[in-house]
Design a protein around this ligand. Structure first.
Ligand code: NAD
Length: 501
């Protein structure tokens, strides 16, 4: 591991030292109660965030309902699509501010924020605006008992008021992944970003405002989960659907809160993703790809690999090669163009990841590399960094092999046969993603569909086409997002039956 010591000039994010406000009914509003927004690189205060009260959430719901009965609902599909494109243009016009805000909140690298997070934020609005405009609906000519005919056709209607509750790992990317399709098909939305990453959502509210999105169609409330905005939204009787990305246990709490009002739910939850490396794989590509899938964003992508299974003939060589990759990662200042990995999101999450490092050691793991905190000798020692870490030697039943850590860590285990690899990969309560490395076409086609996950990558990782179905099975989620799958969650087909004579 290389720890860089020279901080580069850093563009302060918008609202630095100020207060991030809520956006309700077309107005930026404060509640009088604030919480701190902390930079995980050095523990410094970026700004304060106004925490939405229950009354403010109620006002957002009423504003959303009014939008659904007013100006927002009156827009034609083409007008709404054009407005979503304007929002994408607005994000790009303030690109550097979005990048600075995302970097300050998360500590992620300049490369990642400017090549992945913010571009995908804009792309989400464009992709779903176009998809919604070109969408078709079902139509059946029905023969009736009296020898006549009827015409059945479906009209796609928005669900109504949709609460969008987002996590901190890809704040802009994941929030817009839900907001864009929900708005593109005409819902009114209330966004709640993570309390750890409130900044890009606030800038997005400014972009929505400047683009002329009608009041109430987009609302933003800041806050936490329990006894705060997250819970107020999921319990709210006038919210029609909750779309959520985050931890599986939070999904369970939201499901309970939403049960009384029987809301539509879409859940993208946690993972404990496996990679299988067969001995016929392109070795270098498998090492490179697995290093990316374990360490990208400090392992804080739901699709990251935490369990690696390697066929025995190449096991030792693979462990050593992945160790070299981990040790070559540049850890440090997000603004340094050479930085590969920043801090974790917070000191609290750092403690959680470190507790799993300790648990793995207590469970008898061999530490191949890492296992602790990097030392910098500067302000970064107040940050939330951990070392990229590789373990071997654990039983498959060990808690640290079973539970999601959400950090830059993996356990590597050997296997002998294809059947054994499939069984080990599938022996998980989670089922989000899996990766298979092989040069055998037959094996790829044989193994991929046997994975008990929503997504399988073969000889690549995190290659995304926004039109494809995305989601998990088991504890990893309910429903699918992406392309028409998102459009169908965020709208409801109503059938109209007309008797023809
Ligand atoms: P989290 O569940 O702690 O929080 C996510 C959001 O839910 C936050 O906005 C939080 O304030 C809110 N929240 C918390 N408790 C709540 C409650 N009781 N009611 C309503 N809202 C509540 O998740 P996180 O720590 O922000 O994100 C990391 C997790 O997200 C990991 O488990 C990761 O695997 C998962 N994730 C999944 C996907 C996916 O697509 N499957 C993508 C990214 C992250």
């Amino acid at each position: 591991m290389t720890a860089r010591t020279t901080p580069q000039p850093f563009q302060q994010p918008p609202h630095f030292g100020g207060v991030l406000r809520n956006y309700v009914n077309g107005q930026f509003v404060e509640s009088g109660k604030c919480f701190d927004n902390i930079n995980p690189v050095d523990g410094s205060l970026i700004n304060q965030v106004s925490e939405a009260s229950r009354e403010m959430v109620d006002q957002a719901v009423m504003a959303a309902q009014a939008a659904l009965a007013g100006e927002w609902a009156a827009l034609s599909d083409n007008q709404r699509s054009a407005l979503m494109h304007k929002v994408a243009d607005g994000i790009e016009a303030r690109f550097d501010e979005f990048v600075a805000a995302e970097m300050a909140d998360t500590g992620k690298s300049l490369w990642q924020a400017s090549n992945i997070d913010i571009p995908r934020g804009a792309a989400n609005f464009r992709v779903f605006a176009d998809l919604a405009k070109t969408r078709s609906s079902e139509c059946f000519h029905t023969e009736t008992a009296d020898g006549q005919q009827a015409l059945n056709y479906a009209v796609n209607k928005p669900l109504g008021v949709v609460a969008v509750i987002a996590p901190w790992n890809l704040p802009m990317l994941l929030l817009t992944w839900k907001l864009a399709p929900a708005m593109a098909v005409g819902n009114a939305v209330i966004a709640k970003p993570s309390e750890d990453t409130p900044a890009t959502a606030t800038l997005l509210a400014e972009v929505m405002h400047d683009a002329g999105v009608p009041a109430g169609a987009f609302n933003l409330v800041h806050g936490f989960g329990p006894d705060s905005a997250g819970e107020f939204l999921s319990q709210h009787k006038d919210i029609d659907a909750v779309t959520f990305t985050g931890e599986s246990k939070t999904g369970s709490a939201i499901m309970k809160a939403a049960a009384d009002n029987v809301k539509a739910l879409s859940f993208e939850l946690g993972g404990k993703n496996a990679a299988i490396i067969f001995d016929d794989a392109d070795f270098d590509a498998a090492v490179e790809g697995t290093a990316k899938s374990v360490f990208t964003n400090g392992g804080q992508v739901c699709l990251c690999t935490e369990r690696v299974y390697v066929q025995r003939p190449v096991f030792e060589k693979f462990v050593q090669a992945l160790k070299q990759k981990a040790q070559a990662l540049n850890i440090g200042w997000p603004q340094d163009p050479d930085t590969d990995m920043g801090p974790l999101i917070s000191r609290a999450h750092q403690q959680k990841v470190l507790s799993y490092y300790q648990l793995a050691k207590d469970e008898g793991a061999k530490v191949v590399t890492g296992g602790g905190i990097p030392q910098f000798g500067d302000e970064r020692d107040n940050g939330a960094f951990v070392e990229p870490t590789i373990f071997t030697g654990l039983a498959e039943t060990a808690r640290s092999v079973k539970e999601e850590v959400f950090g830059p860590v993996c356990h590597i285990a050997p296997f002998d046969t294809e059947e054994q690899a499939i069984a080990m990969a599938n022996d998980s309560d989670y089922g989000l993603a899996a990766t298979v490395w092989t040069t055998s076409l037959q094996r790829a086609h044989r193994v991929a569909p046997k994975m008990e996950t929503g997504i399988v990558w073969v000889n690549t990782w995190y290659l995304r086409d926004l039109r494809t179905p995305f989601g998990g099975v088991k504890l990893s989620g309910i429903g699918r997002e992406g392309g028409v799958h998102s459009l169908s969650f965020y709208s409801e087909p109503m059938n109209i039956c007309i008797k023809l004579n």
